[in-house]
Every structure is written in C-alpha cells, then in structure tokens.
Design a protein around this ligand. Structure first.
Ligand code: SF4
Ligand code: SF4
Length: 441
C-alpha cells in the first residue's frame, strides 16, 4: 500500500505513523539490546518492539492515543534511532515515533501554562533568530553579571524547581555568528563552494564552534557562504510533535540555500543534520515543496562526512599531544550512519591518540530536551556514559552535537573530573592554529 493511499486507524489526519512501516516490524526483537531505555529496565514496553506494538494498537483502534501508557512510552523513548540502525527489516522507527508524538500533542488538551510555554518556545523563540539572539544575549548577561552565581548560591533556583534545567545552560559567548550572506574565501585554490548551516544554538552558544567549522573548511579549499535568512532547523519542533512549526522553519532554510549554487550544505550539529537530511520526508505529501525539500536534503553533509570525503586533510596541522575518546551522537551514528568518518579525521591530527570507549554509540541521555523532561532516566544514562568515558583515561571527550557536549560537560562537572569535552571541528581547528593560524596561512 502506498504512503499516500494508506488507511490510518485511530489517528487523525495524514500526519500519523504509517501502517505500512508499523507492519514492516516482524517483532524479531533484535533491536532490544541496542535500545537504551530497554537496557535501563528490560521491560518489553520500554523497547522499540513494544512501542511499535502500542502504535499498532492505536492504529487498529484498540488503544486510545491518550492512553497514559502509550503517551508515556512515546516520550520515554529517546528518539535516538539506535533500533533503526540495527533492524534487519529496515523499520524506519524515527518516521513512526515523531508523527506519533504529533498525534499525542494534537489530541491533548494542554493546560494554560504548557500552552503558553509551547507557544513561546516553538512559536517565538526557535522560530525567529532575532528573538533567539536576544534571549541568548540575556543569558550571557545573566552569566557575566554575577546574577547566575547569586541565583545558584541563594537557592532560589531550587525553590522554583529550575535548578536542574539551569545547570544545563551552555556558557554563552559575547559574540554570535550572524549569517547575512557573507562569503568567506578559501585558503589557497578554491575546490568547493559550500554553505554553512549556522543553526540557532550553534550560532549563539556555540558560535566559536561555527567559526572553527568555517576556518577548517576554508583551510581545506572551501569558499564558505553564510546564507542570509537561514534559522533553526526545526529538529526540536519535529521531535516534540510540532510538525507544522518544523515545516515552516524548513521552508525558510530551503529558500535561504537553494539558489546559491553550492556543492554542499555543511552542518556541524548531528541533530540538525539528521533533520535537514529528512526535509524530503517532511514534505513528501506536499507537491509544491516535495521536490525542493528533497533537492535541499541531498546537498546536506555533516562536516565530518564532507571532510573525510576529501581524503587527506589539508597540511598545516601542528601536534596536539593529547589522548582523545570519541562519543558518537545518536543522530550522527544511527540516523545518518556516520561513524568511521569522525575517527578517520581524528586519526589525522598529529600527536592525537584515539582510544575507544565502550558503548560509544549508546545515547548519553541528552536526546533533545530529554534531560529536562526525563531527568532521572537521563542521569542514569549519563552515569553509564561517564563510567565508560572516564575508564579510557582520555584527556578529552570528542563529540559532534551541542546537546551531547552539554550533557557530557554536566557529567564531568558532577564527577569533579578535569577531562574536557570538545567538538570534533574544534580539535581540527586547534591543530590548524585556530583564528591565528588562518591569519598566518
Ligand atoms: S524494529 Fe526491527 S529489529 Fe526491532 S523487533 Fe521490529 S523488525 Fe525486529
Ligand atoms: S529510538 Fe532509541 S529509545 Fe526509542 S525505541 Fe529506538 S532505540 Fe529505544
């Protein structure tokens, strides 16, 4: 049965888990040992197979979409897609859980507080980069003015129930990267013309990582275009069941990049990259946008995928004399199946010794806002991750997604460890000499 013509039972409208995909699960259970939530409690309902079974029950009309057991499982799931990567039947689990969450949110009656919060976050903050930068500027002020220290000491955050969330805030830099159509020249001969997807959190809280990404690309023969009009990728919307908001953001990004004649659109955040690569799916029932979305998605490359595809990195890296271990972001390894490339790049850095941690590809518990919505489960996953990472005795943990980086930093802080977390491109950029290295080149 084709996706367009399928009969969907128990759901409302066409943005629903596909009955065809649900039925492609043969219930073999081979995905269970890869599922982080199943690893935590070994309950069938907390496994991919169990969740697909529940979705089938809703599709068949024997379970209500607002059944507490069903809604709990849709959100206990990390949407890490580890099950998808190991499934021999090719079940596209991500394409089930995201529309299932959309159906839950659509059927739910949100209270006033939650409605206002969702509107502020999804409809305003992440929908408008000017608002996002203003908010980030306030965070920066909060952090540098001494207010953060005072708030933490006074205990007011704990009283308001905000202490856990506040601890996860990134350290916001003074300067942001604002994409306005700037074109950054390559070092040496131009080999490629690429667009840099700057992102919302990446271009503000991680603006230095964006700048490092541009520098490394320039060092490797790329002219880098910072397309004006781009914004948030919409991942948070899609994962939280806000499909329409996600589509609105996707349209803006497609329009920003599609006429620039680029060889690739480069992204340095695994979660954003997975979403950008799936814009085609997001618009598959929209004849006006389907082709444009697919064409855009086909150009998207994670920065590690792109650089590793060049073969050898450009010469000029200095020795770093550091031991590193690599933590695989779920949306890089499972959703995009990129695993060898970051390691190949790290192995090219002179003086860097790469040591493997156990369970590198098991979720660290960050998973979008999972560490806020499911703090206890998130902490257990983080503890497990910290155990494996610190057992390597590495000096740095390398990752490639802002959520994972913040989560790992939180874990290291809590354990009092001096180990640092770095984004992959920051390591490459440091080897190239950073901003000073570009000036010298
Ligand atoms: S999702 Fe795939 S691996 Fe898991 S039970 Fe279904 S068919 Fe088996
Ligand atoms: S997405 Fe992750 S947490 Fe959810 S069922 Fe699959 S493996 Fe388990």
């Amino acid at each position: 049965m084709s996706l367009g013509a399928e009969v969907v039972r128990g759901w409302q409208g066409t943005d629903a888990p596909s009955y065809e995909i649900i039925n492609s699960c043969v219930q073999c259970g081979l995905c269970l040992p890869s599922c982080p939530t199943y690893l935590l409690n070994t309950r069938e309902t907390s496994s991919p197979r169990g969740r697909i079974h529940l979705m089938k029950a809703v599709s068949d009309g024997v379970l209500d979409v607002l059944d507490p057991g069903f809604t709990h499982q849709m959100y206990e799931c990390l949407d890490c897609r580890a099950c998808e990567a190991v499934c021999p039947s090719g079940v596209q689990y991500g394409r089930l859980v995201e529309p299932a969450r959309f159906q839950v949110e659509r059927a739910r009656r949100h209270g006033l507080r939650e409605s206002l919060l969702r509107r502020a976050v999804f409809g305003r903050l992440f929908a408008d980069m000017r608002a996002f930068r203003s908010f980030s500027r306030l965070l920066w002020l909060y952090q540098v003015s001494g207010l953060q220290v005072a708030a933490r000491r006074s205990g007011v955050l704990r009283l308001l129930g905000l202490a856990g969330m506040e601890r996860l805030l990134p350290r916001v830099p003074r300067r942001f990267l604002v994409a306005r159509g700037q074109v950054l020249p390559p070092v040496g001969e131009r080999r490629y013309r690429v667009g840099l997807f700057a992102g919302c959190v990446m271009s503000t809280a991680f603006a230095e990582t964006d700048a490092a990404t541009a520098r490394v690309l320039q060092r490797n023969g790329c002219e880098v275009v910072l397309a004006g009009g781009q914004g948030c990728c919409g991942a948070l919307h899609v994962h939280a069941g806000e499909l329409q908001g996600g589509r609105d953001l996707a349209k803006r990004n497609i329009e920003a990049f599609e006429r620039l004649e680029l060889d690739a659109v480069i992204v340095n955040a695994a979660g954003c990259g997975a979403t950008l690569k799936e814009y085609g799916h997001l618009f598959e029932r929209d004849p006006e946008w389907a082709g444009r979305a697919k064409a855009f998605s086909e150009k998207v490359r994670d920065v590690s995928e792109f650089l590793a595809g060049l073969g050898e990195l450009a010469p000029g890296m200095a020795s770093l004399d550091v031991t590193a271990t690599y933590q695989e972001p779920c949306h890089l390894v499972h959703a995009q199946r990129i695993s060898a490339e970051p390691r190949r790049l790290l192995q090219q850095v002179p003086g860097l010794r790469l040591v493997e941690m156990q369970e590198s590809s098991v979720c660290c518990g960050s998973a979008g806002i999972y560490n806020i919505t499911e703090p206890e489960r998130s902490r257990r996953l983080l503890d497990r991750k910290m155990g494996h990472a610190l057992a390597t005795r590495a000096d740095i943990i390398v990752s490639a997604n802002p959520g994972c980086i913040l989560q790992l930093q939180g874990g290291l802080q809590a354990s009092g460890s001096g180990v640092r977390v770095r984004h992959l491109v920051e390591v490459l950029d440091e080897a190239y000499g950073g901003a000073a290295g570009r000036t010298r080149a």
